[in-house]
Write a protein that binds this ligand. Structure first.
Ligand code: NAD
Length: 416
């Protein structure tokens, strides 16, 4: 019998149908699941996962469960849990501590319950669980962990640098089959989905300002352009700024973009990207959203402090009236908009990310005697295997190098 704290167990029927729908669109993960059922790599092992409780996460959790693990799951963000999925997973025998709209203390409490579960493998998205596992309060002996996203990788690399890592961690985000697709195309689509669901605005012809031209920013900018927006990029990196320029986007400082943008999307993983001096310059009606991992990119505290009036217009859309009467509109409280105001990435792209999670967990178990307390990249053979399974599921065949071509590409003596 699983222990749980969720919104309502009665929602499980709807959740099950959603899980079936996502699994139908995650053929590569289903191939991995078939192998897990055969091999039971996680027999007698406990896994704690701090992930956005979406239907795609549900498919991953069921895959790991099929591999023999006992699993505890909590939501990666107070606003991202889909309550019907949480209920369906409890019915499947997973310990779930997650509901949409958790307060910050409740969120922290759920994270603590994942540690109290004494996991052998720690799966995280953002680094909160790894950080707690390394605190005095959490102190944990585990085989290893995985980390899903760029922001979490920054944090675990800092832990590695400071020599405090207590178990090896596989950086899932470093896989080609993760960041090239999830961060770029997944976020590209789902961020716009979140903005549209929260506002139903017409994007064509608007000026959209995207902060950060990393993998996420590139995807968001590309898809906004596809909708007919005039896109401006703000960056701090010289190479990315040049790349954005040659991709055909305008590049400028946020101080200059603030007065011309209609829609703002932060995608940096950094703090204080849009702050009070920018609010002061913005047009009446400007829309503010964030798709970076944490809600630190837009200075919501100062927006609140400098507003004379506040209303909730509709779900995930709040109006802040500034002293001079201008109105700014904040989406999903400044939290990750594609998960707060929409459902996160579509299953097809999470198929790749979660194959990486599943196979990284197995890798940690298989190599537990060899790995040190370091951050590891996903081995290239696993990354390529995932790409191969996905291509096969899409019925795409590709050319192979002939022996002659291999020789040609690896020799320095050209036959001329
Ligand atoms: N919404 C989602 O579903 C989703 C998916 C994947 C990643 N993420 C998160 O999105 C964020 C970005 O991820 P990424 O993979 O694109 O990272 P990245 O490192 O590839 O890109 C971040 C970019 O932001 C730039 N930047 C940093 N500070 C800046 C500032 N003050 N102003 C302007 N630009 C700045 C950096 O130079 C870099 O080019 C991270 O927090 C990551 O965890 C979110």
């Amino acid at each position: 019998m699983s222990s749980y704290e969720i919104k309502s167990i009665a929602l499980y029927g709807q959740g099950r149908m959603q899980l079936e729908w996502s699994e139908m669109h995650m053929p590569a993960l289903m191939e991995v699941k078939k192998e897990f059922i055969r091999q039971k790599p996680f027999k007698k092992l406990r896994i704690s996962a701090l992930l956005h409780v979406t239907k795609e996460t549900g498919a991953l959790i069921r895959c790991l469960h099929a591999g023999g693990a006992e699993i505890a799951l909590a939501g990666g963000n107070p606003l991202s849990t889909q309550d019907d999925i949480a209920a369906a997973l409890v019915k499947d025998g997973i310990h779930v501590f997650a509901w949409r709209g958790e307060t910050l203390p409740e969120y922290k409490d759920c994270v603590k319950r994942l540690l109290a579960f004494k996991p052998d493998i720690v799966i995280d998205d953002g680094g909160d669980l790894h950080t707690l596992a390394h605190s005095e309060e959490g102190s944990l002996e585990a085989i290893g962990g995985t980390e899903e996203t760029t922001t979490g990788i920054h944090r675990i690399k800092a832990m590695e640098r400071d020599g405090v890592l207590k178990y090896p961690i596989v950086a899932v985000n470093s896989a080609n089959t993760k960041y090239l697709f999830d961060n770029r195309y997944g976020t590209g689509q789902s961020t716009i989905d979140g903005i549209i669901r929260a506002t139903n605005i017409f994007i064509a012809g608007r000026v959209a300002v995207v902060a950060g031209y990393g993998w996420v920013g590139r995807g968001v900018a590309m898809r906004l352009r596809g909708h007919g927006a005039r896109v401006i990029i703000t960056e701090v990196d010289e190479f990315k700024s040049l790349e954005a320029n040659m991709d055909g986007f305008e590049v400028m400082k946020m101080d200059d973009a603030a007065s011309v943008g209609d829609i703002f999307i932060t995608a940096t993983g950094d703090i204080d990207v849009i702050v009070d001096r920018h609010f002061k310059k913005m047009k009446d009606g400007a829309i503010l959203s964030n798709t970076g991992h944490f809600d630190v990119e837009i200075d919501v505290k100062s927006l609140k402090k400098n507003s004379v009036n506040h209303r909730k217009i509709r779900n995930n859309l709040e109006e802040y009236v500034l002293k001079d009467g201008r109105r700014l509109y904040l989406l999903a409280e400044g939290r990750i908009v594609n998960l707060g105001a929409a459902e996160g990435h579509p299953s097809e792209v999470m198929d790749l990310s979660f194959c990486n999670q599943a196979l990284s967990a197995k890798y940690l178990v298989d190599k537990q005697d060899e790995l040190e307390n370091k951050v590891y990249k996903i081995p290239e053979e696993i990354d390529r295997m995932i790409a191969g399974i996905k291509l096969k599921s899409l019925n795409i065949k590709i050319d192979r190098l002939s022996e002659k071509q291999k020789r040609y590409l690896s020799s320095w003596e050209l036959d001329i």
